[in-house]
Design a protein around this ligand. Structure first.
Ligand code: HEM
Length: 390
């Protein structure tokens, strides 16, 4: 059996490390809440909710440079996620009109229509993989429309996302190839979009907003445009798919909860928050310490990397009653799944609505389902086999 010191030293939050991650988090919270891992060039990690909230909000001490992602998912800084204040706000402002309550209200019907069609198709077709048939398809179709990515290109996206996000720890060369392919794809798309103006009647696509944007009177450079598109592509597709898949994975095993949500769909938004808390699509993000500091007595030096384990903070017993339990009607559920500082997820309300509407429509259309293959994991966006009576 591994000692606590060994668990600390080899702390990881990708791939198979996720098989046992909640137990690892518990041990770390209890024994070394400010731990030191040797993975990915070495980093400190924080597992207590309070510490993570503090670092998220302390831009004087922590930077997101060179990148928030550990290990990196690009060999260039991504916009806006790898940008510090004050430039960060210039970049965030560009897309804010897309996420106002009015803009989001307009998105409800298209998201619901797509979810309904996919759920019907899934229930009728006799296929059993709810990831490809539903959890991934819903955000891919909706987000790609919002972003302005042509429909004929959607089939390519899943493989690119998989290679960049999930292969990067196993096969970095493959991840790099996918990164280059995505950048070449956006390079082409940006050219096609240039010169278009945002239709008055429409809200415009993400591509339109990025191309029209000006910062201090200047349009975004080609590299800025590419970098923003790349981040939106990764952020908009994978996270929401993970959240929908994780919700179905859980409900397939907790039939009481599944029945309760069918009988009382008003509980679905609360259930969605609880899944985001307990099975968070983004388990961790990194920062770099800008000046020497101390957390819980541990000295952290300028230049050290610090990883915020959102997944661990989200199960901190100091914050949540029975933290390991997935309670679909949990109240006061303030979690870290979208971050908590000035980098808080820009698409959080859209991601939430896609998750809630997706679950509502799935439960309306697909009869009671159970897990078809118990070896399928809670994490990632791999296959999810569901059994149900037709
Ligand atoms: C359930 C779905 C989602 C989850 C769990 C999620 C989670 C996150 C997290 C944890 C961060 C980093 C926050 C931090 O370190 O403080 C983030 C940032 C971001 N997310 Fe999301 N996200 C989701 C959906 C989306 C969607 C649908 C979009 C786009 C439409 C999006 C766009 C972004 C952007 C642009 C950032 C960077 C914000 C910044 O650096 O200022 N996300 N997200």
């Amino acid at each position: 059996m591994k000692s606590i010191k060994d668990i600390e030293r080899t702390m990881d939050f990708h791939g198979e490390a996720l098989d046992n991650i909640f137990e690892t988090y518990r041990l770390m919270r209890e024994n070394c809440p400010v731990g030191r891992s040797e993975k990915y060039g070495g980093f400190w990690f924080l597992s207590k909710s309070e510490d993570i909230f503090k670092v998220e909000q302390d831009a004087d001490t922590y930077s997101v440079k060179p990148t928030m992602l550990v290990p990196p998912v690009a060999d260039f800084p991504m916009i806006p996620i790898d940008t510090d204040l004050p430039e960060l706000m210039d970049y965030r402002r560009i897309l804010l009109p897309l996420f106002t309550p009015q803009a989001l209200a307009k998105m409800e019907k298209p998201v619901r229509d797509i979810a309904q069609d996919l759920a019907r198709e899934f229930a009728d077709s006799g296929t059993t993989d709810a990831t490809a048939g539903f959890a991934r398809a819903l955000p891919t179709i909706f987000f790609s429309r919002l972003a302005g990515f042509p429909e004929k290109d959607w089939p390519k996206f899943d493989a690119w996302v998989d290679d960049i996000l999930y292969e990067r720890t196993l096969d970095p060369e493959r991840a790099k190839k996918a990164q280059d392919a995505v950048m070449a794809y956006f390079d082409d798309l940006i050219e096609k979009y240039r010169g278009r103006t945002i239709d008055e009647a429409d809200t415009g696509t993400i591509m339109d907003y990025l191309l029209e944007a000006k910062i201090k009177g200047e349009p975004l450079s080609r590299q800025e445009l590419l970098s923003y598109c790349y981040l939106m592509f990764l952020g908009g597709l994978d996270t929401t798919a993970w959240a929908i898949r994780a919700s179905l994975w859980h409900l397939a095993q907790d039939l009481d909860a599944q029945r309760k949500l069918r009988e009382n769909p008003d509980l679905i938004p609360m259930a969605a928050e609880e899944i985001l808390r307990t099975l968070s699509p983004v388990q961790a993000m990194g920062r770099t310490c800008k000046k020497d500091t101390v957390i819980r007595g541990q000295e952290i030096k300028a230049g050290d990397r610090v990883v915020l384990l959102f997944g661990a903070g989200n199960r901190d017993p100091d914050i949540y009653d029975e933290p390991e339990k997935i309670k679909i009607d949990r109240e006061d559920n303030r979690h870290l799944a979208f971050g908590a500082g000035h980098h808080r997820c820009l698409g959080s309300n859209l991601g939430r609505r896609e998750l809630v509407i997706g679950l509502e429509e799935f439960l309306k259309v697909v009869p009671e389902f159970t897990l078809g293959d118990p070896s399928e994991k809670w994490y990632g966006v791999g296959r999810l086999t569901l059994n149900f009576k037709k």
